[in-house]
Design a protein around this ligand. Structure first.
Ligand code: BGC
Ligand code: BGC
Length: 591
């Protein structure tokens, strides 16, 4: 055990040195301030009825819009697809593009013809769509320490999003998770605010480009403001997710607000207030956080989009919750189901004087200035999908960048007796439940909201398939039996996919089948290389002594060849822990 602890300390020190030595690598050309579009917005706002204004502030989920004509009837400003809200026709590129066009065509039937913004969670590639390139989740991107690469990955993601017509992603997550038991840990680049600050801004630059009106740019959304990664264990039903962050304002600013400072500087157009609370007050209800700090002090000029049904959590009375949130500074509300009720309630609140007209006008101005900046208010521009962009969707060129991200994200935790790199001529025995499982390789927020094990998408390469491309003599069994006679074993283990609400854990131990697979290969008397897929640091004690080499591969996505690039020695491992592995022991388990 000393061995493990000693090693982890070394890794911790190494990452400390890296943090220390790093500087902003970017002299970013500042995008145009969003308020510079107000001269274009003012005359439109002046013509709008209250119904048209409230419609702009409303975002239902497409799966609950029984009749697409509602987009026109209610002058909707936006539509989203939540985690598993897929087109009825399935998840093909074609089906997603048709869904977008179907919704957008409705907006053109309205009096003012203001296009909708269509939003999705493209958090590691355009991850809802079959055949999209899937990048490592942010925890792996953090381990690359490569801001230029994060920017490039976001740029490619933007291009694949636009190939379906969609123009808005609820990304990047700029959470700074302080307790790795949280099931959204992997959505954060790091537990270290400085790394989040740097990479969050890089992602915003990649998504939005230097000009939001570029047809290859998408609107970004920094989330979840603020302190989503700082909740106290036990303050939420599942442990941490959507819980309460109990820290003083100085700590909130020093740790959890850093990503917003840089995202705003990079021109981020939207920010999503968190489900979580700050010292007992829901972020979505906090005028201090939304208006005083974010808009007034930090000068955020874009608009705030609430989280999915977050308004419901403010108070049991829906109408009252709407009033509280809008008056606190919320600009657009994600009301997946109850959009008609939301519209009627907000209209009532305005007519009763409970929500001032000036607040409505501010919200709509913010929404329309983002639309103006994106070229959505240009009558000469088609707002339907540009299907020419589909030519590069999931292309080899895009996959090459994801592969680079995978290989740069790998952290070599151990390499005893220099078992790595592997020889191509050696007989390699591959084992473990995740060796040939694209779903486990991608993690949550891939095709399905929670992700799913198995052959979930097309175009990717599992690690087993990648090893077969590198070595001629490859054996395989999931349980690790039958490894006798091989020169080396590669055992691929780790977490199965999960996402928000389902991913909180009391402990981070390995599955018994994973431990057994390592033991079975070890019992064949050959050196064992463990590749770990996980959304956070895990307790490795049961296998640490049995493995000769261990590679933390995070949730690498579709490009398994990024791992073989390192395993077979074409590239040196250069990832550095983006989370402090040692920290989990403070939670009272693992040693
Ligand atoms: C999540 C957000 C996500 C939204 C839309 C929420 O439950 O917290 O991160 O953007 O759903 O799917
Ligand atoms: C997800 C949806 C999901 C819902 C469940 C949202 O965050 O985005 O896809 O159905 O949560 O409450």
């Amino acid at each position: 055990m000393m061995h493990l602890r000693g090693w982890l300390l070394v890794a911790g020190v190494l990452s400390g040195i890296l943090f220390f030595g790093w500087h902003a690598t970017h002299a970013a050309s500042s995008p145009k301030p969003l308020s510079s579009f107000d001269p274009q917005v003012k005359p439109i706002l002046a013509q709008m009825t209250l119904d048209e204004k409230i419609g702009q502030m409303t975002q239902p989920d497409q799966e609950n819009i029984a009749d697409p004509a509602d987009v026109a009837t209610y002058y909707l400003g936006s539509v989203l697809s939540g985690g598993s809200s897929d087109p009825k026709e399935g998840n093909s590129l074609e089906a997603w593009t048709n869904l977008y066009d179907r919704m957008q065509k409705q907006s053109l039937k309205t009096r003012l013809k203001i296009p909708i913004l269509y939003g999705v969670d493209a958090v590691h590639g355009h991850n809802n769509v079959l055949g999209a390139v899937i990048f490592p989740h942010n925890i792996g991107m953090g381990a690359t320490r490569n801001a230029a690469l994060v920017e490039k990955a976001a740029r490619i993601t933007a291009e694949e999003i636009r190939a379906t017509g969609i123009q808005w992603t609820f990304a990047p997550g700029v959470m700074v998770p302080q307790d790795v038991r949280w099931g959204r840990t992997y959505e954060g680049f790091s537990d270290h605010p400085e790394l989040v600050r740097e990479l969050g801004a890089a992602a915003v630059r990649g998504f939005q480009g230097s000009d939001l009106s570029n047809p290859l740019s998408v609107l970004a959304c920094a989330k979840h403001y603020v302190g989503d990664g700082g909740t106290t264990f036990g303050s939420a039903k599942t442990g941490l997710d959507q819980g309460d962050t109990r820290v003083g304002e100085a700590t909130l600013r020093r740790i959890h607000m850093q990503g917003y400072l840089s995202a705003i500087k990079a021109g981020v157009g939207t920010i999503m207030p968190s489900y979580s609370s700050w010292n007992g007050v829901k972020c979505s209800a906090s005028k201090r956080l939304l208006t005083e700090i974010l808009k007034q002090e930090l000068g955020f000029q874009g608009f705030l989009i609430s989280d999915y049904d977050a308004i419901d959590q403010i108070t049991p009375n829906f109408k009252e919750g709407i009033g509280i949130s809008i008056n606190a500074g919320m600009d657009m509300v994600m009301v997946p189901r109850k959009y008609k009720q939301f519209i009627a309630n907000l209209k009532g609140l305005v007519q009763e004087g409970a929500v001032p007209m000036s607040r409505i006008d501010d919200a709509v101005t913010r929404i329309l200035r983002v639309k103006a900046a994106m070229g959505l208010l240009d009558p000469n521009r088609s707002q339907l999908a540009d299907r020419n962009l589909q030519r590069t969707f999931g292309s080899a060129e895009h996959r090459a960048v994801a592969r680079q991200a995978v290989r740069e994200s790998l952290v070599l935790l151990k390499n005893q007796g220099k078992v790595l790199p592997l020889k191509r001529s050696a007989r390699v025995f591959v084992a473990g439940k995740s060796a040939d499982d694209l779903g486990n390789q991608c993690g949550g927020w891939t095709i399905d909201w929670q992700g799913k094990s198995g052959n979930i998408t097309s175009g990717g390469t599992t690690l087993l398939a990648a090893i077969r491309k590198n070595a001629a003599n490859v054996g395989f069994s999931a349980d690790g039996k039958g490894a006798e006679g091989a020169a080396v074993g590669v055992v691929v283990i780790g977490e199965k996919p999960y996402a928000e609400m389902m991913g909180d854990r009391k402990e981070l131990s390995l599955a018994p089948e994973d431990i057994a697979a390592v033991e079975n290969v070890k019992a064949a008397g050959i050196p064992v290389v463990v590749v770990l897929y996980s959304g956070r640091p895990m307790t490795l004690n049961p296998i640490f002594g049995k493995a000769d080499a261990i590679v933390a591969a995070w949730l690498p996505g579709t490009e398994g060849e990024g791992i073989t690039d390192v395993l077979f020695g074409a590239y040196k491992p250069k990832g550095r822990l983006s989370y402090n592995w040692e920290k989990q022991f403070a939670f009272g388990f693992g040693m």
